[in-house]
Design a protein around this ligand. Structure first.
Ligand code: BV8
Ligand code: ZN
Length: 247
């Protein structure tokens, strides 16, 4: 069990500025495959080779097959206690911001409100020509491909490797990281940029850095506390401990 330090518990006063960055690991206990862990492969393809504009240009049908498979996974599973514990933290701390690399929409589904989705949302589609956006299922389907009313192909509403992140969300995420007093990096391998730059930026600006992951990552040497384990167990325990000390 994690022994939450008195130093961290003392920092977690009601007015504290908390920022949380999550990655695919927080959805692992929901049953969704992570990118780089076991199950991250799909039909022997690596995500990095499919989540690119080049892959979509080369074989849109294959890319859509992968995204439709992942959309079904998202529909079949649900947020887990880790997502719900973050909703409780947001309710307890007014100055709380959640930044996610995940595209599964599980934080919003669990009830989180102040979210910056850096890599988009898999349950949305965007026209590759006119930019029109729609929810999954509203597209015109022909064979395995999805078309916009303008006749062009829809693409999944996510940020692919080599593509710029949504500028608004990215700027807000860095501004939040620079002002954070406590920054949690949860369930991310900390290798995908620019998201992976957020925890070091927070630390450089004086934030107390906490990492939650069953494995060490390139970020681990930088953090103030490394809690080795599953987010779905550690986060509810943290919420419980905070309730105890403030009771
Ligand atoms: C950009 C959406 C420029 C799509 C995703 C060389 C060096 C440095 C950078 C680069 C480089 N070559 C290329 C780059 C840039 C590249 C990059 O960083 N590549 C990496 C691989 C080196 N970045 C980009 O291309 C970005 N764009 O730079 O554009 C630009 C600028 C201006 C104008 C034009 C262009 C775009 C990056 C976004 C890519 N899209 N997703 C989709 O999902 O289909 S990224 C993808 O990786 C997911 O979003 C995922 O979330 C993200 C990061 O992975 P993680 O979330 O960390 O997941 P991972 O599986 O890796 O790790 C899971 C962790 O959870 C593990 O540590 C595991 O131990 C842990 N875990 C497991 N179980 C649990 C757990 N933790 C807690 N509890 C558990 N139960
Ligand atoms: Zn269109």
């Amino acid at each position: 069990m994690i022994n939450f330090s008195s130093k961290l518990l003392a920092l977690l006063q009601p007015e504290v500025k908390i920022v949380v960055l999550t990655g695919a690991g927080i959805s692992a206990e929901s049953g969704l495959a992570t990118f780089r862990g076991p199950g991250g492969l799909w039909k022997n393809y690596r995500p990095e080779n499919l989540a690119t504009p080049e892959a979509f240009a080369r074989d849109p049908q294959l890319v859509w097959e992968w995204y439709n498979f992942r959309r079904d996974q998202v529909r079949q599973h649900a947020p887990n206690p880790g997502h719900h514990a973050l909703v409780q933290l947001e309710a307890r701390f007014p100055d709380f911001v959640l930044i996610t690399q995940n595209v599964d929409g599980y934080h919003r589904r669990a009830g989180s409100k102040k979210i910056y989705e850096l890599h988009g949302n898999i349950m949305q589609s965007r026209c590759s020509q006119c930019g029109r956006e729609c929810e999954a299922g509203e597209e015109l389907q022909r064979e395995h491909l999805l078309y916009c009313a303008c006749g062009a192909l829809y693409r999944p509403g996510v940020v692919w490797f080599g593509e710029a992140l949504p500028p608004g969300a990215l700027q807000s995420a860095f501004a939040a990281a620079e002002n954070a007093q406590v920054f949690f990096s949860i369930g991310t391998s900390a290798v995908v940029y620019p998201a992976a730059a957020l925890p070091p930026v927070a630390a450089e600006h004086g934030a107390y850095l906490v990492e939650i992951n069953p494995e060490k990552t390139p970020l681990t040497p930088l953090v103030d506390e490394f809690w080795q384990g599953q987010a779905g167990e550690i986060l509810p325990a943290l919420v419980h401990r905070i309730q105890q000390v403030s009771a």
